[in-house]
Write a protein that binds this ligand. Structure first.
Ligand code: DAU
Length: 350
């Protein structure tokens, strides 16, 4: 299969490309990425030679009609990861999110409609998020299933929900063979350190404060990026057009619990008593509109596509910390210049 993967220089996209090239030896991958702050070609720099021959990179924006049309025309399948993904940035600059997340999806869907003109052997996976469902209260035992009404609450999740609706509209109106994934929080190697886990790991390793928003009791559902990539591969090959699949690993934890575990694992590596490091946790002003809790019902993915997560949270977190320790060059490169400015703007005096 010739697969166009958008945003494949980013965290999840680059893991997905590695997964495809390693597990499907006849597949070819084309990576369309604009190389914004979170896109990093270093994430795919060390592909084995045989895999590198089946991989091609094109620098470009997913809202560029002519370029996207040309690339979709060459592809038998599209997996659309390219997005502005960080909630805090969406609060700061919502327009950029609508442009990339909604208009990018529109550009891609329209290109696929024109290029594939009704062919049902083509596949488009639109990567959405569990944040489109809105938030649950801490004492609400329910989980979001795929029929849960969409009720996004941040500019980020609203832009993703708009794209999600649009993709289903293309399925219903034009019969475009599109599948939608709504996955929970990912973690693992190569994640840009604006997100909770890599930010806390780098701060803990450097002995800096760990800025926990509000009371830290907010709950997120976590999946290791390798499990998420296997799930996306299953949806790509076996998903039904017009169908939505939640992607998760049934691993809900409060942010405080996650941060404490990061500190305990870092302390263990350093041979220090964990209690010594817990003082690094600093409660800071909360994120505006901060969603309290997400929890996903993934039974559709499990029952219809046979998904079973393989990485348990504590092991995955310990390995992830190991990766950041073993890759100081990668960390130095992504935390220079613009990142420092971002960090100061977000956290100084918070
Ligand atoms: O649920 C899936 C979503 O997960 C994805 O669609 C998003 O692209 C991704 O960014 C992520 O959104 P979150 O807002 O949940 O991720 P983030 O890592 O920013 O925050 C996770 C939790 O940690 C959230 O409750 C806010 C909190 N937090 C985050 C940061 C960066 C802190 O307490 N301190 C921090 O410094």
């Amino acid at each position: 299969m010739r697969i166009l993967v958008t945003g494949a220089a980013g965290f999840i996209g680059s893991h997905f490309v590695r997964h495809i090239l390693a597990h499907h030896t006849d597949d070819e991958v084309l990576n369309l990425d604009a190389l914004t702050y979170a896109g990093n070609l270093a994430n795919l720099a060390d592909l084995p030679e045989e895999q590198a021959r089946r991989y091609r990179f094109v620098k470009g924006d997913v809202t560029d009609d002519a370029l996207v049309a040309q690339l979709v025309d060459q592809a038998e399948a599209v997996v659309h990861f390219a997005a502005q993904t960080h909630v805090d940035r969406s609060i700061d600059d919502p327009q950029a999110f609508m442009r990339t997340n909604l208009w990018g999806a529109q550009t891609l869907l329209e290109a696929a409609r024109r290029a594939w003109s009704g062919r049902q052997d083509r596949r488009l996976v639109l990567v959405s998020t569990d944040e489109v469902y809105g938030a649950l209260e801490l004492d609400d035992p329910r989980r979001f299933d795929e029929d849960w009404p969409l009720a996004p609450r941040s500019p980020y999740s609203a832009s993703k929900a708009a794209a999600d609706h649009l993709a289903l509209a293309y399925y219903h109106t034009y019969g475009l063979p599109v599948m939608i994934t709504r996955s929970c929080n990912n973690y693992g190697p190569n994640q840009f350190p604006e997100k909770l886990i890599p930010l806390m790991i780098l701060n803990a390793l450097a002995g800096r404060e760990l800025p926990l928003y509000g009371d830290g009791r907010h709950v997120r559902d976590w999946i290791h990026v390798s499990d998420n990539c296997r799930a996306h591969d299953l949806v790509l090959r076996g998903g039904a057009p017009g169908r939505v699949y939640n992607v998760g690993a049934d691993s809900q934890r409060s942010n405080l619990e996650v941060v404490r575990l990061v500190l305990a694992l870092v302390a263990e590596r350093a041979g220090r008593p964990p209690q010594e490091m817990m003082g690094l946790i600093k409660h800071v002003n909360d994120r505006p509109g901060h969603d309290r809790r997400y929890a996903l019902d993934t039974s559709r993915l499990v029952q219809e596509l046979g998904f079973a997560p393989r990485v348990n949270f504590k092991d995955g977190l310990a390995d992830t910390i190991g990766w950041y320790v073993d890759n100081p060059e990668w960390c130095r490169a992504v935390t220079s210049g613009a990142y420092r400015e971002y960090y100061q703007k977000m956290y100084d005096g918070r």
